[in-house]
Design a protein around this ligand. Sequence first.
Ligand code: ZN
Length: 74
Amino acid sequence: MGQLKCPVCGSKSFYTKDPADPYTICEFDLSDGKILFSSEVAESDLPEVDQDTETFCNRCAWHDKLKTLGQIRI
Ligand SMILES: [Zn+2]
């Protein structure tokens, strides 16, 4: 399995936006092909993430669907 990271800057830090509230973001890291949500995110607030979830890099302007990063176990 290849490294899952931002194709532009190489960061493994990403976030998603709540579709119902674009000002609410949810940060996560990609580690070993899995999503590790930030500990600041309450379990009850974890968003639904699938392969088509729009994903934003935490360090640069890259964003695209999650599946463009590769195979991720959800
Ligand atoms: Zn990036």
